[in-house]
Design a protein around this ligand. Structure first.
Ligand SMILES: Nc1ncnc2c1ncn2[C@@H]1O[C@H](COP(=O)(O)OP(=O)(O)O)[C@@H](O)[C@H]1O
Ligand SMILES: [Mg+2]
Length: 243
């Protein structure tokens, strides 16, 4: 039995198959990126894993338990931060406080980890895009999820902020040993952050390559080994006619 087992036999919208014959086994603490053309079903797959989407054939199993509906063990981070504008940073992070004891200490810890100390009373409109996304990540981690799902989390920020957020996510993954599934269009981001890069083909979406990123940590963006893995991901994208 693996930690997280994802099996989607078929997912359709109306009569159109969007995902087909997907089997993914993810180990505890593994970081897996999903990469593929727009519209190939990546967000749909994440929504299935999160329990937001349940109209499909197949199953998602976490530590031997079949998931049905939204689970407290799974955190979801979207492209936009989706913060509540009327709540301050600390209140946004602790939004799901009913399930966590000593919520104030948890907020303080996450603020420090995310480099947000001092901003606890700030409102979302006072934050930069990068800060707002840090708050969203802190909120996702607040309930101590076993699995964190991220759907193109850094697409809306500028390039330098994006690099800093990638470094932060790498740090979070190491620190919490949390299982991560990351949807991205960015090959460099996928290679830098992942233990595995999974390429999803199109119509219907299915796994066409599953590449292990065998790299020492901490990772260096310009290392020869990393650039070789980057080339292997591009080769897989070429052979699937995605780029
Ligand atoms: N709620 C929906 N109703 C109908 N079609 C949908 C819905 N959500 C997504 N789709 C379609 O399913 C396909 C996959 O979408 P999506 O999972 O968002 O792809 P990706 O995230 O890879 O860009 C697309 O063709 C999209 O138009
Ligand atoms: Mg998407």
């Amino acid at each position: 039995m693996s930690h997280l087992d994802i099996h989607v036999a078929t997912k359709k919208f109306a009569d159109k198959p969007v995902l087909s014959n997907i089997h993914l086994s993810v180990a505890q603490g593994e970081v897996v990126s999903l990469i593929g053309a727009s519209g190939c079903g990546k967000s749909t797959l994440l929504r299935i894993v999160s329990g937001l989407e349940h109209d499909y054939t197949g199953s998602v199993t976490l530590d031997g338990e079949k998931l049905s509906g939204i689970s407290p063990h799974i955190g979801f981070i979207f492209q936009e931060p989706r913060l509540f504008p009327w709540l301050n940073v600390a209140q946004n992070i602790a939004f799901n406080a009913t399930s966590v004891t000593d919520s104030d200490a948890r907020v303080t810890q996450l603020l420090a980890e995310m480099g947000l100390t001092g901003l606890e009373k700030a409102l979302p409109k006072q934050l930069s895009g990068g800060q707002a996304q840090r708050v969203a990540i802190a909120r996702g981690l607040f309930i101590h999820p076993k699995v964190l799902l991220l759907d193109e989390p850094f697409s809306a920020v500028d390039a330098f902020t994006r690099i800093r957020l990638q470094d932060l996510l790498a740090h979070v993954a190491q620190l919490h040993r949390i299982t991560i599934i990351l949807v991205t269009h960015d090959v460099d981001e996928a290679v830098f952050l992942s233990d595995r890069v999974v390429v999803i083909g199109n119509q219907p979406g299915t796994v066409v390559a599953d590449l292990k990123m065998d790299l020492a940590s901490p990772r260096e963006r310009e290392s020869t080994a990393l650039l070789a893995q980057r080339a292997s991901v591009f080769a897989a994208l070429h052979s699937a006619h995605i780029v």
